[in-house]
Design a protein around this ligand. Structure first.
Ligand SMILES: NC(=O)c1ccc[n+]([C@@H]2O[C@H](COP(=O)([O-])OP(=O)(O)OC[C@H]3O[C@@H](n4cnc5c(N)ncnc54)[C@H](OP(=O)(O)O)[C@@H]3O)[C@@H](O)[C@H]2O)c1
Length: 331
């Protein structure tokens, strides 16, 4: 019989952690190991913590903010602490930067860790990878970037060789769930689009730095905004080509990349097609980055397009689980 390999989740009680648990509970090759939370959750029943966190969010933002129901596929178990993760375990980590040093402790315990915490994301000693973009994974401690970086990089990777000397401008419009279970003041979040520049989240600098590591040949300016939507980040990209690039060349590169296989993770829409009407069911499950709304402003020498990424799935839990396939199977 095919044995599913247990994966411990560090940060299992958080917004991304709950999606990780849901996805692992039905995964064909991996299963749920320890569900690890902060000291405030340790010893509590996981379904109770889950329900409380989801209710807190919908109560705060309102019923339009969708709750993630507790899946029947996750057996009830108690939230444990970091010290309950056994030596040598396979771990996915989705914790805030302040909890990052605990990942070093897990690495010292010979655990294999795939993490999306900002902690040490820019450390050249650790591999920063995005499943779908070829990279060499070194060591037992691997990082994936910010959710918006994942969407941007997956869209740009197939055309990156065309963009080496061209400046790019990227604006992200990021949903409220990108902040996790932390809640913005309602009067700020609802009805407003507000800049994240100079906020404590440091999102612009993070995305810029991560893109430099993943696609080092590109010159990108990044601006980030928070929008009153529950899930999903919309990213507007402008390529300033000044007549050196045609829209047909760009679209052909994307089409060729898509035709080469599903792992590329992007889908191209017609200019006016709404992502929700797309025929590919993987888009509904949040695993596919959608590129559309493509405009060719020839007079200005600018090609502009929109990218949509599900921040919780392809931008976080889904990419961590895809990375498990390459890291977890080799350890
Ligand atoms: N939300 C997104 O769209 C998204 C996308 C990509 C990447 N990320 C990254 O993913 C990570 C988690 O984000 P999130 O949105 O899931 O945040 P979240 O909802 O606030 O969850 C944070 C998780 O970390 C745990 N934690 C917090 N402080 C801890 C500590 N000192 N020691 C041990 N555990 C601690 C929390 O445990 P308790 O609940 O038990 O306190 C919870 O399980 C962050 O690094 C974030 O930048 C988030």
């Amino acid at each position: 019989m095919n044995q599913r390999r247990p994966v411990s989740i560090f940060g299992a009680t958080g917004q991304v952690g709950r999606h990780l648990a849901a996805m692992l509970s039905t995964h064909p090759r991996f299963s749920i190991g320890q569900l690890v939370g902060s000291p405030s959750s340790v010893g509590r029943d996981y379904p109770a913590v889950w329900g409380e966190k989801e209710t807190t969010l919908t109560t705060h933002y309102g019923e339009w903010y969708p709750a993630l129901p507790y899946p029947e596929s996750i057996p009830s178990q108690v939230v444990v602490g970091l010290s309950d993760i056994p030596d040598g375990a396979l771990v996915v980590s989705s914790v805030p930067e302040r909890a990052g040093p605990d990942e070093d402790r897990l690495a010292a315990q010979k655990c294999t860790i795939i993490s999306n915490s900002p902690y040490r994301r820019m450390d050249p000693a650790l591999t920063l990878t995005i499943p779908g973009i070829p990279s060499t994974l070194v060591g037992n401690y691997v990082k994936i970037p910010n959710c918006a970086t994942i969407g941007i990089a997956l869209a740009l990777y197939p055309i990156s060789h065309l963009l080496k000397t061209l400046p790019l401008s990227v604006s992200t419009y990021q949903s409220l769930s990108g902040r996790g279970d932390a809640r913005y003041p309602k009067d700020l979040a609802i009805g407003n689009v507000f800049p994240l520049r100079h906020s404590s989240e440091d999102t612009e600098a993070r995305i810029q730095g991560e893109l430099r590591r993943i696609l080092p040949d590109l010159t990108v300016s990044v601006s980030c905004y928070r929008t009153p939507t529950p899930v999903g980040h919309l990213i507007d990209v402008s390529l300033f080509h000044q007549g050196r690039l045609s829209i047909d060349t760009v679209i052909t590169q994307w089409m060729t990349h898509i035709a080469q296989g599903n792992s590329c993770g992007i889908y191209l829409t017609h200019a006016d097609q709404h992502p929700q009407s797309l025929p590919d069911s993987s888009i509904d499950q949040g695993m596919t980055v959608v590129i559309g709304n493509i405009a060719d402003h020839q007079d200005a020498g600018i090609i502009r397009f929109t990218v949509v990424v599900n921040n919780l799935i392809r931008g976080a839990a889904g990419s961590l689980i895809l990375a498990l396939d390459s890291v977890g199977n080799s350890t």
